[in-house]
Design a protein around this ligand. Structure first.
Ligand code: ADP
Ligand code: ZN
Length: 864
């Protein structure tokens, strides 16, 4: 039979070798189209696949090309639109990943179907098996006699077996007989069979299948099913219904009460949910009313994330109220909305100082976007760190919002995705991966806090949500807005080269002044005899803030009690046994312990130095726990909330801390960068930075930019409303340009200095930088892989195309007992180096996988 169409299917089987679609026949009557998930058999397993295209069947079908059919279609609408498929194709090309990896990043986990193959004996095998058993028992009871009779019976059975290609039942290998016996009548999975018969069973299975003795059966279901609820309907008008109610008052009081409640719930206008009424579809009154033709019943899908949204919108109260825009805001909005109409990609950089009302501009731009019938995506650095933002959006836009939040259940996330796909939700807000939301008619992408590193995914595929946003804006001919108080050098390079428009909000709302900043040189403090963690300026700042009844934020970008423990006698530092990093000291109610912040290794603090045996172990490098202890000791009556990774592990605890501080349940919010981001506390009048140096010390070409950004953000938390803000930065490097520029609220001077340095050293954004990283338990293999990559690349690329740095140990040379070697490549044109990088990577990674190691290629890496 000649197939009508051949579908190209990306199968959900995770190996690099399968990075291409496979051909399947679309059987008559199977409604498979591009973008649908389908069930196919691949090798010996059944798996989910994604239809990515079609091709006409060849004119003459070759014998060796027996295509398998698509077994079933798993969706009633395509879940990957033409746009999303094109985007996945682009992802594979830009980030050197497989199509499957791209699709899996785009789709929520709940769309991955579970398939389990099971094996079962055929009727014929059962027949055979029963006979064998009979023979065995007959043989046991009497060896000589009865041969004739049984032999006759055997002959007739053998005829049945002829159909299966078996001429002599006794010729069945013992192993296959054992397989049949084990299977019996009950289906078993491959895993169960292996557990009982050993791995050789995988060799016998195909044989038994080809003999027609065993067949595969399978079960398949979505990890998360759609939820349906029963709804009651009616064809009657409200007058007719009222008459039906009256007729039942005496005769059928239960039906009477039910109908009355249904009427009150608006049954005449729309279907009413059975569960919302608190009745069951099987209740006698319900059934009787359906029977007499008054009611009908339908099943409708309910979206699980909507309940969560309504709760949030209720809780957020008036936070989303629309504001009259300031002149600056109007101007910014104008730049964005004008770009909405141009039908081509436009990038707008919205540079607004902290508290200048950027969020209000985003929301009114979204209004404009919705008015012309289009949808919007709002990206935030980390959704769980921005509860206030989410509240403002749900409060303003209600059920047209879909929040892509990791705190939602798999079902809620899936339903949110479906609401977006169906066009029911048209404002999507979420972190990095929300950029993949299946919005129908995209009109605007907002990237809030555009400078944040979290927009770059740090695992395969190493995509950058900002690049994806621009790809989609290009596809839809629309706008990307990059909002920030400290635009990244990448964003500003776009402005300077004419690839983006710049619009600014230079003033805070209500013209409240930027906070006054004092930079304290901690060397001077020490000289004048102050050995405390707190400079005199920070102490008096905090004290007057508290006296005035305001709140304060204290910031230090390091968690734990102290960065490391060191022997004062011999200089030995306690290291993690699995990683090349020092263990961090933690102090809890039950005592001290050491912990590795990478692999979670835990150890007790030794009394004596493991190297020299002296009792001289001392903590060095202050962490948030130590700051908390000292604040308590100095000012026992102040109420302190500490917010860092260690106090926010429990789900919802982060949100809870923010609300407690918002309510005024604490005087001081102390923490790591979590306290710096996206929060708006009107009563905060003082911000203290314990040390600006922790951030400057990071060995990364972005360390200065990160320091400037974080300082700007955290200082911006002070004096946002009525209170005037005061801030103190403590540092050992008071002359550093990143510290000084942040202290003077002078983005321009920071930008000019940083730009000079980046240009001089060929760093991004003036060159793109990609990073190859190989890891292996054996140092030589990791090193060898990096060296090979370097060689392969140098063979393909001339120095004019790219600078390939020598293979070298990465910043942390060993993590979780795996050695890490890297190669850094710098170039100005991705297109010129792309195929060379892809080839070199393919060569090395194939080999590395066979050797039990890993390697990754981080294109346009946000690190070095
Ligand atoms: P940003 O995002 O730039 O840090 P926000 O959008 O959070 O600033 O605005 C800071 C505060 O000012 C918020 O409380 C917000 O409600 C308020 N706000 C913003 N725009 C206006 C406006 N036009 N009039 C009055 N208040 C405003
Ligand atoms: Zn470790």
């Amino acid at each position: 039979m000649k197939p009508t169409l051949i579908a190209k299917v990306v199968v959900d089987v995770r190996t690099k070798a399968l990075n291409r679609p496979f051909d399947y026949v679309v059987p008559e009557g199977v409604k498979a189209d591009t973008g649908y998930r389908v069930l196919v058999s691949f090798g010996r397993q059944l798996t989910q696949g994604y239809v990515v295209g079609f091709e006409a069947p060849p004119q003459t079908e070759r014998e060796d090309r027996k295509l398998k059919p698509i077994l079933s279609v798993l969706d009633d609408q395509p879940i990957l639109s033409a746009e999303l498929l094109a985007m996945c194709n682009w992802l594979t090309d830009r980030y050197v990943c497989t199509m499957l990896e791209a699709i899996q990043s785009v789709l929520p986990g709940a769309f991955r179907t579970v398939t389990r193959d099971k094996y079962v004996c055929t009727q014929k095998a059962l027949h055979q098996w029963l006979r064998d058993e009979r023979e065995a028992t007959a043989g046991d009871s009497d060896e000589g006699d009865g041969d004739g009779g049984d032999g006759d019976g055997g002959d007739s059975d053998a005829e049945v077996n002829d159909n299966t290609g078996l001429h002599d039942a006794n010729a069945l290998p013992a192993a296959i007989l054992q397989l049949l016996r084990t299977l019996g009548r009950k289906p078993l999975s491959a895993e169960q069979l292996i557990a009982r018969l050993g791995p050789e069973v995988m060799l016998q299975l195909p044989q038994a299948i080809s003999l027609g003795l065993v067949t595969e059966v399978f079960t398949q279901r979505d990890k998360v099913n759609d939820r349906f609820e029963a709804f009651l309907t009616t064809d009657l008008s409200s007058e007719q219904l009222a008459a039906e109610v009256l007729r039942r008052e005496r005769r059928a009081p239960k039906q009477y009460r039910l109908l009355q409640r249904l009427l009150q719930s608006g049954l005449a206008e729309r279907p009413v949910s059975v569960s919302a009424l608190g009745v069951r579809p099987s209740d006698a009154a319900v059934q009787a009313l359906i029977h007499s033709g008054v009611l009908g019943m339908t099943q409708e899908q309910v979206f699980r994330d909507e309940a969560w949204l309504s709760q949030l919108a209720l809780a957020s109260g008036g936070k989303g109220a629309k504001r009259e825009l300031t002149d600056w805001q109007k101007r910014a909005l104008g730049v964005i909305t004008r770009s909405l109409d141009t039908k081509q990609k436009q990038v707008v950089v919205l540079h607004g100082v902290t508290g200048s009302g950027k969020t209000e501009v985003y929301m009114q731009a979204i209004d404009a976007c919705l008015t012309v019938g289009r949808s919007a995506i709002v990206l935030v650095p980390e959704i769980s760190l921005t509860p206030q933002m989410v509240e403002r959006f749900t409060s303003r836009f209600g059920q047209t919002v879909a929040v892509m939040h990791s705190a939602l259940s798999a079902g809620e996330r899936k339903d949110g995705w479906v609401r977006v796909l169906q066009g029911l939700a048209r404002v999507v807000i979420g972190a990095r991966s929300a950029v993949f939301a299946p919005v129908v008619n995209l009109g605007l992408v907002v990237v809030d806090e555009e400078h944040e590193p979290s927009y770059k995914q740090e695992e395969t595929p190493f995509y950058d949500a900002r690049e994806v946003a621009e790809w989609r804006a290009n596809y839809h001919g629309t706008v990307v807005v990059y909002g920030s108080a400290t635009p990244s050098l990448e964003a500003m390079a776009k402005v300077e080269s004419g690839r983006a428009l710049l619009t600014t909000l230079p003033e805070r709302i209500n013209q409240s002044p930027m906070p006054a900043v004092e930079v304290v040189d901690m060397r001077e403090e020490l000289k004048s005899g102050n050995r405390s963690l707190f400079s005199r300026a920070l102490q008096s700042g905090l004290e007057s803030c508290m006296e005035a009844g305001h709140q304060a934020i204290v910031f230090l970008n390091r968690r734990g009690y102290s960065a490391f423990v060191l022997c004062r006698n011999c200089g030995e530092r306690i290291q993690c046994p699995n990683c090349d990093i020092s263990l961090t000291l933690h102090r809890g109610q039950s005592g001290d312990w050491l912990s590795c912040h990478y692999c979670q290794y835990r150890a007790d603090v030794p009394d004596t130095c493991p190297a020299c045996g002296e009792q001289a172990m001392r903590p060095f490098g202050i962490g948030t726990e130590q700051v908390e202890e000292h604040l308590h000791r100095n000012w026992p009556h102040w109420r302190i909330l500490r917010m860092d990774v260690d106090t926010t592990r429990r789900k919802g605890s982060h949100h809870e801390l923010i609300h407690r501080f918002e309510r005024g349940d604490a005087d001081i919010l102390l923490g790591t960068q979590m306290v710096a981001k996206g929060l708006d506390f009107p009563n905060v009048a003082f911000v203290g930075v314990i040390s600006a140096d922790t951030m400057l010390a990071v060995p990364d070409y972005r360390a200065n930019e990160r320091t400037f950004n974080l300082l700007t953000q955290v200082l911006g938390r002070a004096g946002r409303a009525e209170t005037t803000g005061l801030t103190v930065i403590q540092t050992y490097r008071p002359d550093h340009y990143a510290v000084l520029a942040a202290a003077h609220h002078d983005y321009g001077s920071f930008y000019r200095r940083e730009k000079e340095l980046r240009e001089a050293f060929d760093y991004p954004p003036y060159q793109e930088l990609s990073l190859f990283l190989a890891t292996h338990a054996q140092v030589n293999i990791a090193k060898g892989a990096a060296a090979r990559f370097e060689r392969e690349l140098k063979r393909r690329l001339s120095p004019a195309d790219a600078t390939v740095l020598s293979a070298s140990p990465s910043g942390i040379g060993r993590l979780e007992n795996r050695f890490r070697y890297q190669v850094v490549v710098k170039y100005s044109q991705w297109e010129t180096v792309k195929s060379s990088l892809q080839e070199a990577y393919a060569i090395v990674s194939d080999k590395m996988v066979r050797l039990g190691g890993t390697c990754v290629l981080d294109v346009n890496a946000g690190r070095m």
